[in-house]
Design a protein around this ligand. Structure first.
Ligand SMILES: Cc1cc2nc3c(=O)[nH]c(=O)nc-3n(C[C@H](O)[C@H](O)[C@H](O)COP(=O)(O)OP(=O)(O)OC[C@H]3O[C@@H](n4cnc5c(N)ncnc54)[C@H](O)[C@@H]3O)c2cc1C
Length: 455
């Protein structure tokens, strides 16, 4: 992918060395003579946690779309991760999906997934970015402010303590805590409007030894909550022969960290699979918890004025309820859009990039916010269309328990490989109606038989 830089593209600075920053740096390296990635943490060895990314201690799934982009940007990275212990998985066959009170049908699908810890994944990406000859990673450097031209029409660098670094482009990949709204305000620009869906989510995560009887079996399970229970469980195989288990709940339905309470919570999920797998398994480390109050989306694409030489990227634009596992894949898809916007030229780069990034965000946002708004406690706008969509998806899940085509279509959308509108294809709608009609017929027949038996 590397090609000579052109025009006034001498130096780009990326603020933040997490997944989004690393992916942005990878793409910028193709278009700029030099890329400097500035991270406030020190970079640990591959596979180790660091302070700036506390979420790395929790389950991190990479979606099919994200994995495809990683492979395109870093050829061979999936094999490299598998050699380091990551567990390859067919997303449909090897991972159980418990939705709508049952399991989606399972079969070999060709949707390739990879189960790995977040530190392993990030460390592998970092190593590949570090090996690029025109990328410099600077650790232990916190950006304090932007440097603008005298009229603030352009960003021309950043301040790092007493040091000033100049650049033709600065990219904010500072994550959910991004300072861009404040920095823009200080430069005389409007802050972007914010969309917000309050979800009051709490994660509790533990690791368990993955016993031999599980090792050759499933690579993971996702148990979606019922509306009443609001309790979710995810268990994924990880390198080092471990399970990572994250139990999460909304609006007070939180999983306790201590082992007994954690197991009881697992037992209360809509399916017993996780409980059965961990009740006698060896807990490996201490539990960790995290709070996630709301999904947030900054509407940079709606701003009328924006300084030249500056972009915002990844979670700094939008951070979603993490239970849908979208953040890293959205950053990956944005990296491809950044590449496309840069190919168009440097003129009005922010306009082109934010328009493209917004299209990337629209789909996962509609999936996450749309689904969360089924909970009466979640705050946000509910249109008639949203209510219909949620009703339809619930019916689709039930029909997909026995219908491979529906399972495949749904998981393609959940993995950001197909748009949600694809689920409304008349061919699939007929299957949903037919599947639910058959279920209802079977239910009535069973009820009749019961009545005869009781008579
Ligand atoms: C509990 C939880 C679970 C999640 N699970 C998943 C999942 O299963 N799948 C998935 O795809 N995503 C998941 N996510 C989201 C995922 O972690 C992010 O989308 C991903 O890390 C990309 O974010 P980012 O790089 O934009 O920001 P972050 O990962 O937040 O990184 C921001 C970086 O910027 C650095 N930084 C901040 N300010 C400065 C500064 N001033 N100067 C220099 N450096 C700075 C920080 O140290 C950090 O390294 C989860 C998130 C949470 C909270």
């Amino acid at each position: 992918m590397n090609a000579p830089a052109n025009g006034n593209r001498n130096c780009a600075i990326v603020i933040g060395g997490s997944i989004a920053g690393l992916l942005a740096a990878r793409v910028l390296a193709k278009h700029y003579k030099q890329v400097i990635l500035v991270e406030r943490d020190s970079f640990p060895a591959v596979g180790e946690h660091r302070r700036g990314v506390p979420q790395s201690r929790h389950t991190h799934g990479i979606l099919g779309s994200g994995r495809n982009v990683l492979e395109a940007l870093f050829p061979g990275i999936s094999d490299q991760l598998v050699q380091a212990g990551a567990v390859p998985a067919d997303i449909v066959r090897d991972i159980r999906w418990c939705l709508g009170g049952g399991y989606l049908s399972r079969f070999k699908s060709g949707l390739d997934g990879l189960c790995a810890s977040r530190p392993l994944l990030e460390g592998a990406v970092r190593a590949r970015v570090k090996s690029l000859p025109n990328v410099l990673l600077r650790e232990n450097c916190q950006v304090q402010a932007l440097i603008g031209t005298s009229d603030n029409s352009r960003v021309i660098g950043v301040k790092l303590g007493g040091e000033a670094l100049s650049a033709d482009l600065v990219v904010d990949a500072m994550g959910r805590g991004s300072r861009s709204p404040q920095w823009l305000d200080a430069m005389g620009y409007q802050k972007p409007k914010e969309d917000r869906v309050e979800v009051d989510l709490r994660y509790t995560t533990r690791h368990f030894r993955r016993s031999p009887q599980h090792s050759s079996d499933d690579a993971g399970i996702v148990i979606e909550p019922t509306l009443e229970g609001k309790r979710r469980g995810v268990m994924l195989a990880q390198e080092g022969n471990r399970w990572i288990v994250t139990l999460s709940g909304h609006f007070g339905n939180y999983a306790p960290p201590e082992l007994r309470g954690f197991l009881d919570y697992a037992k209360s999920l809509p399916a017993p699979y996780i409980y059965n797998a961990i009740r006698d398994a060896e807990p490996i480390d201490e539990p960790v918890s995290a709070r996630f109050p709301a999904s947030v989306r900054h509407r940079y694409e709606h701003l009328q004025r924006f300084p030249g030489g500056y972009l915002v990227f990844g979670d700094a634009i939008s951070s979603f309820n993490p239970t849908y596992g979208q953040g890293m894949s959205v950053a990956a898809l944005q990296a491809m859009e950044l590449n496309a916007a840069l190919r168009k030229g440097s003129e009005e780069l922010s306009y082109h990039f934010f328009a493209r990034a917004a299209k990337v965000v629209d789909v996962p946002w509609s999936i996450a916010a749309g689904s969360d708004l089924r909970m009466p406690e979640a705050t946000g706008q509910r249109s008639a269309m949203l209510k219909f969509t949620n009703w339809y998806i619930a019916k689709l899940h039930k029909a997909a328990h026995t219908d491979q085509a529906l399972t495949f279509a749904f998981l393609n959308v959940a993995n950001l490989l197909a748009p949600p509108s694809s689920l409304m294809h008349p061919h699939l709608m007929l299957r949903v109606l037919w599947g639910n009609w058959r279920r209802e017929k079977a239910r009535l027949r069973d009820a009749d038989l019961q009545t005869i038996a009781d008579a």
